[in-house]
Design a protein around this ligand. Structure first.
Ligand code: SAM
Length: 441
């Protein structure tokens, strides 16, 4: 999802109320996407865009705003007012140059809920603008506030990547992600698309084989040629999946966990192969159809549990399988900042079991001499390195191959802005992923 902020001050008060409603739903357990959808049911596209930007900022600044509000308010205000104040404080933290407008519109938002709370809200927000540096410095002394994540998550990240790398990645997760597109090479070359984009006023930076990063995010509909299928939005790290699987003309390929279809489409853009795309969630399956239709591509899309082999498989083995398994998503927090708050420590083990079940069910479907690319957008060892080491110990017929020349046998890619730590070609901007390529003998 891209984030941009087409905000006018007049619409801001209404957007703050909508965003506060979404944040309250998230506190009660809803995902960011579902909460946004529900709170913006009756909103105009502009209001929704403004609300979305506020909700993302409020999620990325959640711990800091909360710590500051605790200092500012001696007693916790009623739930709706508190949610408005947290959204507004987050916005003040993010955009100090707009403090005047944000305070005014936040107070209007509070008045629309409870006029008696307006004075209190005004006092809190104005005090924050006066004492911002001292208040932030005090709150940021705690790691949970600094990294906007619960302590268990911070410890888990440090255990997986080492403190230096984990701290860098967690700091990066608080920034807006880059907007990266995948150029549909069936229709246009990246060089030609960049030329069109530049003439439309967009600054572009080619990253990998088909990846182009935009210096400034724009609404998806404003990407030149989007409706015609020239480009799709996809992170540069995610684009490595199809590159590593390297589909060939005539091959039969399974994309076992396919929605919303980004990697299915990429495979089809790279070769004249036949792809079976499975997805257990029927609503998400619709997104695969929509994406393929826009791009002018065809796949055998089925709603099915990939582990329920008898239900969907005709018995013919596949040349290649892409298993982009469900995971904690610890590598994509920058794009989905709610993840750290919705995950529980027990989820890692439960997801690792699900990944093992998928690996075991699908491996027999790879033909001898064929390959399976295992992918998770997580940097936790249980879902990556350990999962694959355990798989290899159970399967002597499986061998690890490097995903690319000079790449390690198992590639853990931490989101980074540091050229040295990234995979060549897509440096310096991508999400966190784990890749392992298994060959069958
Ligand atoms: N490959 C996709 C892409 O690039 O657009 C992203 C896949 S996402 C990481 C994992 C997907 O697997 C989710 O859509 C989830 O609903 C689906 N999934 C989870 N368990 C599954 C199963 N047993 N069979 C098929 N799909 C499953």
């Amino acid at each position: 999802m891209s984030e941009f902020t087409p905000r006018t001050s007049a619409a801001l008060a209404r957007a703050i109320v909508l965003a506060a409603k979404a944040r309250s739903a998230m506190s009660a357990g809803a995902s960011l996407e579902k909460a946004l959808e529900a709170s913006c049911q009756d909103a105009s596209p502009q209001e929704k865009a403004a609300c979305q930007a506020l909700v993302y900022t409020a999620t990325r600044r959640h711990m800091l705003a909360q710590a500051i509000l605790t200092i500012l308010a001696q007693r916790s205000p009623e739930a709706q007012i508190k949610a408005i104040l947290l959204v507004s404080l987050s916005e003040l933290i993010e955009s100090p140059q707009k403090s005047y407008v944000i305070c005014n519109e936040a107070v209007k938002a509070v008045k629309s809920i409870n006029s008696r709370a307006a004075g209190f809200a005004n006092a809190c927000l104005r005090r924050f603008t006066r004492e911002r540096d001292a208040l932030c410095a005090k709150a940021l002394e705690r790691d949970e506030v600094r990294f906007n994540a619960p302590v268990w998550w911070i410890n888990k990240m440090r255990g997986a990547l080492g403190t230096t790398k984990a701290d860098k990645m967690m700091a990066l997760a608080q920034k807006r992600p880059p907007m990266t597109v995948r150029v549909n090479r069936r229709k246009i070359t990246p060089v030609d698309w960049c030329a069109i984009a530049q003439s439309a006023g967009l600054q572009t930076r080619p990253l990998g084989q088909s990846a182009v990063m935009l210096e400034n995010p724009v609404p998806v509909g404003d990407l030149p040629g989007f409706a015609e299928g020239l480009v799709s939005v996809q992170d540069a790290g995610a684009q490595l999946a199809a590159q590593f699987l390297a589909p060939q003309n005539g091959q039969r390929i399974l994309d076992a966990c396919a929605a919303p279809g980004g990697k299915t489409a990429h495979l089809l853009e790279l070769a004249d192969c036949s792809v079976t795309a499975l997805e257990v969630d029927s609503m998400r399956c619709k997104r695969i159809h929509e994406n393929l239709q826009r791009l002018g591509l065809k796949a055998d899309v089925r709603t099915s549990d990939a582990t329920d082999i008898a239900c969907w498989h005709d018995g013919t083995p596949f040349d290649s399988i892409l298993l982009d398994a469900p995971c904690t998503a610890s590598g994509i927090v920058r794009r989905h900042p709610d993840i750290v708050f919705s995950r529980r420590p027990g989820d890692i083990e439960a997801l690792a079991k699900q990944q093992k079940r998928l690996l075991e069910a699908l491996w027999p479907l790879v033909k001898f001499g064929g390959k399976l690319l295992y992918v998770v957008c997580s940097v936790f060892k249980e879902e990556g390195q350990d999962q694959i080491k355990n798989f290899l110990s159970r399967h002597p017929e499986a061998e690890l191959a490097p995903v690319a020349e000079r790449a390690p046998l198992m590639l853990t890619l931490a989101a980074s802005e540091d050229d040295q730590e990234s995979f060549p070609g897509i440096a310096p901007v991508h999400d966190g992923f784990f890749y392992a390529l298994l060959l069958k003998h």
